[in-house]
Design a protein around this ligand. Structure first.
Ligand SMILES: [Zn+2]
Length: 382
């Protein structure tokens, strides 16, 4: 029974999310609505004509395209394709990753989802594909740019891996961060910090009429923008408006994520981490409610399948050679969030998502509770 509707962006708790999508079926049906809006489209030939839902119990979720004669599901052509992880667990993973500003480690995620760490690592790498934003609008008005370096310290490396080429940023991977004040941020992994490389990226991502704020690094000199500099070495951090505080806050999160959550960003996957942290900070994402965030990620997930083979060259050796990972249920009977939910039936009002409403509102639906014990009765009276 629908009690009330609320139209402002709403933050979902994990509890709400799991109540709304308790199983594969509910998650799949939601994704079908978000992706196709009621009219299935064949992901192979793009036809929406004569698409038939399979009726037999073994083919639940499958559609047949009479145009090309092939079957597909809503996962086909998305990051979820051929994943053994149920869709509702993907939803929970997306929610957890999107909600944690400093990221979530694959170990922590594996515990929440009840899957092995290797599976959650692969899941996260796939998910990061959806965070990348190749078509972002140009950054405008006041834009800050700065570089940071990520990677192991030279002094900690094994002698055979040391570069012996100097100090400071040697052996680390440079990342260029560009941020519009009160707007979006873009992070780009660079091959070097030469003027040619850095200005090539600036020209690609920054509107030509923007004012650019940087430090006095020579690579920024003689660019085509209205350019203002801040001299970090003389502690001149706020020279009227010439500061780089906005981009610094992106580095602060990324560095905390690096040292505190993930411990290590391997250079081959660094761009994915950089994209993930940028995505969470970006303007349109911060203004969304939890459900809109999830739907935005679902839409972005299409056409971005990352296969195991794509990742293979940079795999640690302990991973399997032959493709997808299996999901191992309840390893060592650890209690996962899902076990907890099963043992604690929903006894409060649960937010459900009304996809048919054009305003993407959440409706509060009352769920009957099977039994109330005394302590709950007392709590209800308060
Ligand atoms: Zn087709």
């Amino acid at each position: 029974m629908i009690k009330s509707t609320i139209s402002k962006p709403i933050t979902f708790s994990v509890y709400d999310l799991m109540g709304t999508f308790p199983n594969e079926k509910t998650a799949r049906e939601h994704f079908e609505k978000v992706r196709w809006k009621g009219q299935p489209v064949c992901p192979r030939c793009n036809s929406n004509f004569r698409q038939y839902a399979r009726k037999s119990p073994e083919r639940v979720g499958y559609f047949l395209c009479k145009n090309c004669g092939k079957e597909y599901t809503v996962r086909t052509g998305t990051v979820f394709e051929r994943s053994h992880i149920p869709l509702h667990k993907w939803f929970l993973a997306m929610h957890l990753v999107d909600d944690s500003r400093k990221g979530i480690s694959s170990v922590q995620l594996s515990k929440a989802l009840g899957i092995i760490q290797r599976s959650s690592w692969f899941l996260q790498q796939r998910m990061r594909e959806t965070f990348s934003d190749g078509k972002m609008n140009l950054l405008k008005n006041e834009v800050e740019a700065d570089e940071a370096h990520f990677g192991g310290l030279e002094k900690n490396k094994h002698a055979s891996k040391k570069l012996n080429a100097g100090r400071g940023a040697v052996g680390k991977t440079p990342v260029l961060g560009i941020r519009e004040r009160n707007g979006n941020v873009k992070g780009i992994v660079l091959k070097d910090t030469s003027a040619k490389t850095i200005q090539g990226e600036l020209n690609k991502w920054v509107d030509k009429d923007a004012t650019l704020y940087t430090d006095e690094h020579s690579a920024y000199k003689n660019n085509k923008f209205n350019h203002k500099t801040v001299n970090h070495s003389t502690k001149e951090y706020v020279n009227n408006k010439a500061h780089t505080n906005s981009i610094e806050s992106y580095w602060a999160l990324l560095k905390r994520g690096h040292y505190g959550t993930h411990y290590h960003f391997s250079p081959k996957h660094l761009q994915r981490y950089v994209d993930e942290f940028a995505y969470r900070l970006n303007d349109n994402n911060r203004k969304r409610g939890s459900m809109e965030k999830l739907d935005a990620l679902l839409i972005k997930s299409t056409g971005k399948r990352l296969t195991y083979n794509d990742l293979k060259n940079s795999q640690p050796t302990y991973l399997k050679e032959n493709g997808q990972y299996e999901m191992i249920k309840s390893v060592l009977k650890k209690v996962t969030l899902y076990n907890l939910m099963e043992n604690a039936p929903l006894n409060k009002s649960v937010k459900t998502y009304n996809i048919n409403n054009s305003k993407d509102v959440l409706a509060e639906a009352k769920v009957e509770k099977p039994e109330t014990n005394n302590s709950e009765k007392k709590a209800n009276l308060k």
